[in-house]
Ligand binder design. Structure first.
Ligand code: SF4
Length: 344
């Protein structure tokens, strides 16, 4: 067959073509794979134009075996909130996390590790180990569809999608065209990078955008997100607002609420100043305390009071738990625990 693994969607498509697939075959096979089934064998006798070439039929078992190895479940951790965290093995034996979300969603990883180094994140502690290929990103959705219906894909797992832009956008385009996911149900999540605002508006599929804000103070943002691009919160919101108006979907601002760090009255005033009147939703997610990190989760009552206050002051605010809270739910925690990674 010529390929022992596919890292990129382009490699998969080229292999199908090399085996004689015409466009009609290629699209049908990709649709079958994206739905969570094996590659489609197609009719063998009637409709000759739809029947697959012999070489392709013969290669099918091997192709399906290679695709199954792209992302396979190493362990599954169901949570009381209806989500389930998956530790996913890649073909090279590395692991990433995906999360099956309540209400037909899945959260996928885009990188192994992450270079942004947010001080409150376990994934950030590792630095970037490697990029995920576009086929590896899509394979996490296929894996999720083997377990549940998937109508929404959020790119909020391990990694910073803006640092793996070409592969993430290729995955988004395939999911939004052949994969049956509505464009606004594909959520590109980023700490903010001007390249995102240059690239996304020109795509065939324009995803919704989640921007990790975490603070309204530029100095604190530089401390919490040490290697994020030096966009100030004001600049980020301005770029976000422009994208929201272009696409017609609101920006989802993410705010990991950390006790004594970004839960102060000054921050609430800053949020109202930045977001009141904007096409935006503020998602407040109380931090998930981890033994290895020095940050604390505020009480749910305090978080709820903050959300209520913001709401009453004109900022549409939702208070959420990170999915799988009871099973080491924060990004990268499961992999860290299972891999027993040593931290500095
Ligand atoms: Fe990277 Fe996201 Fe973790 Fe920050 S929170 S280090 S962007 S994975």
């Amino acid at each position: 067959m010529g390929a022992s693994s596919f890292y990129q969607l382009g490699e998969l498509r080229q292999t199908l073509r090399d085996l004689g697939a015409r466009e009609v075959h290629e699209l049908r096979m990709l649709r079958a794979w994206l739905s969570g089934s094996a590659l489609d064998q197609g009719p063998k006798r009637q409709q000759a134009e739809h029947a697959l070439p012999k070489a392709l039929r013969e290669a099918m078992p091997e192709l399906n075996a290679v695709l199954a190895k792209l992302a396979s479940v190493k362990s599954e951790h169901p949570s009381e909130d209806g989500s389930a965290r998956l530790l996913v093995s890649l073909a090279d034996g590395q692991t990433v996390e995906s999360v099956l979300l309540p209400r037909d969603g899945v959260c996928v990883s885009s990188q192994l590790g992450c270079a942004v180094g947010c001080v409150f994140c376990m994934t950030g502690k590792e630095g970037l180990l490697r990029q995920l290929g576009s086929a590896e990103i899509v394979a996490q959705v296929v894996l999720a569809r083997q377990k549940r219906p998937v109508k929404k894909v959020v790119f909020m797992g391990m990694g910073e999608p803006a640092h793996n832009m070409a592969n993430v956008l290729e995955a988004i385009e395939l999911l939004g065209t052949l994969g049956g996911i509505g464009h606004k149900n594909l959520v590109f999540s980023t700490v903010g990078d001007t390249r995102v605002f240059d690239a996304l508006p020109g795509g065939i599929v324009k995803p919704a955008l989640a921007l990790s804000l975490h603070t309204t103070r530029a100095d604190l943002r530089a401390e919490l997100l040490p290697r994020a691009p030096r966009l100030t919160p004001d600049e980020l919101v301005e770029l976000g607002e422009d994208y929201a108006r272009k696409t017609g979907y609101p920006i989802q601002y993410q705010w990991t609420l950390i006790e004594g760090i970004n839960d102060t009255p000054e921050e609430l005033d800053g949020i109202v100043r930045l977001l009141k009147g904007k096409y935006a939703i503020m998602n407040m997610i109380p931090y998930n305390t981890v033994d290895a990190l020095p940050y604390q989760r505020p009480s749910w009552e305090k978080a709820a009071a903050i959300a209520r206050e913001l709401h009453s002051r004109g900022v549409l605010t939702k208070l959420r738990n990170s999915a799988g809270q009871d099973v080491d739910g924060g990004c990268g925690q499961l992999r860290a625990r299972v891999s027993k990674i040593e931290f500095r």
